[in-house]
Design a protein around this ligand. Structure first.
Ligand code: 8X3
Length: 251
């Protein structure tokens, strides 16, 4: 059987692009997300590429549902080689002193606790098999805070700390840990951040060519395809006219 990759949040954006790319390079895919119809459509597409596909519909914020989904996998599918912790997002861009409690909870529960839950469920098997790769989708936002980024930036700083921590904790094994830190990527990221305000979201990518989900998927494929003795610990990937989370040149 081919190697197996599990991608969370595979129904759109970077997650969807990662699922396609990993299928393209021969992984059997477990795709997870909250929207059954999008998972099914992607599953049909990936199956047509000749790889095995399993869909698991759950929200990474729901620990019991996540555990039940992983337990439900057939035994030969439990030996996951690559975990892409992609599910996450940004909700709101208000100053910290005016932030929305619900947005904060959503980001902390998804970006930090959801990632931790998936890690806790899948990495013990990797350690036992002395084989595996965890790819966390962090962000340039985790390197330094920017205006209004506050809690989102904090969650992505947490992704860095959790990636570094896990790398230390599995250093005695052959399991590898990669933190990919994208800058501006044009997906539904900003539409979600601005609670559906498409015009405001479009403005984020005005005057600059942003990255695409495919660009980030290429980086994930590079990291997981590196020879076994090579651990790509971190990749900071920016659009050419973006220098940091807050320095963006627009023409
Ligand atoms: C997404 C990148 O720069 O919009 O994490 O925060 S940024």
């Amino acid at each position: 059987m081919n190697k197996i990759a599990l991608v969370t949040g595979a129904t759109s954006g970077i997650g969807e692009a990662c699922a396609r790319k990993l299928a393209l390079i021969g992984y059997n895919m477990i795709i997870t997300g909250r929207k059954a119809d999008r998972l099914d459509a992607l599953a049909r597409e990936l199956s047509a590429m000749g790889v095995g596909v399993i869909t698991l519909e759950f929200d990474v914020r729901d620990r019991e549902a996540a555990a039940a989904a992983i337990t439900s996998l057939p035994p030969e599918w439990q030996e996951i080689d690559v975990l892409v912790n992609n599910a996450g997002g940004a909700w709101g861009l208000e100053p910290e002193y005016e932030g929305n409690y619900e947005d904060w909870d959503t980001m902390i529960d998804t970006n930090i606790k959801g990632l931790l839950t998936m890690t806790r469920l899948i990495v013990p098997g990797m350690v036992e098999r002395d084989r595996g790769h965890v790819v966390n989708i962090g962000s340039v936002a985790g390197d330094a805070a920017y205006a209004g980024g506050n809690v989102y930036c904090a969650t992505k700083s947490a992704v860095k700390a959790l990636s570094d921590g896990l790398r230390i904790d599995v250093a005695h094994t052959s399991v590898r840990v990669t933190n990919i830190k994208p800058g501006l990527v044009e997906t539904n990221f900003s539409v979600i951040r601005f609670h559906g305000d498409k015009e405001r979201a479009d403005n984020v990518y005005k005057g600059i060519q942003p990255l695409s989900g495919d660009d980030i998927a290429e980086c994930v494929a590079f990291a997981v395809s590196a020879p076994p003795h090579v651990q790509v610990a971190e990749l900071l990937v920016l659009a050419t006219h973006q220098a940091s989370g807050s320095v963006i040149h627009r023409s």
